[in-house]
Design a protein. Structure first.
Length: 89
């Protein structure tokens, strides 16, 4: 599944928001920021599942584009595997 992320340059790398899940994380470069977002999203989705809660619906991207708090930031998508698609180590 794909989730929208929002990247913002910082002095130490990139701050990452996942607006549909109210997640914030960070990476020292864009690739590590995206990797941190994938990990945070997977942990968040697993927590919803384990607690029996419903995962919030993803909003249309236009709603995020219209959010004044996200103006001038970089939007991207990350692919997050479903829990059952992950291979146990």
């Amino acid at each position: 599944m794909r989730y929208l992320i929002v990247l913002e340059p910082t002095e130490s790398g990139f701050s990452v928001q996942v607006p549909d899940l109210a997640i914030m994380t960070h990476g020292i470069n864009i690739e590590l920021a995206k990797q941190a977002a994938r990990t945070a999203i997977r942990i968040n989705l697993d927590a919803y599942q384990e607690s029996g809660q419903v995962v919030p619906d993803r909003l249309p991207i236009e709603q995020h584009f219209d959010n004044p708090d996200l103006l001038d930031l970089l939007f991207a998508y990350v692919e997050v595997p479903d829990s059952m698609d992950r291979i146990a180590a």
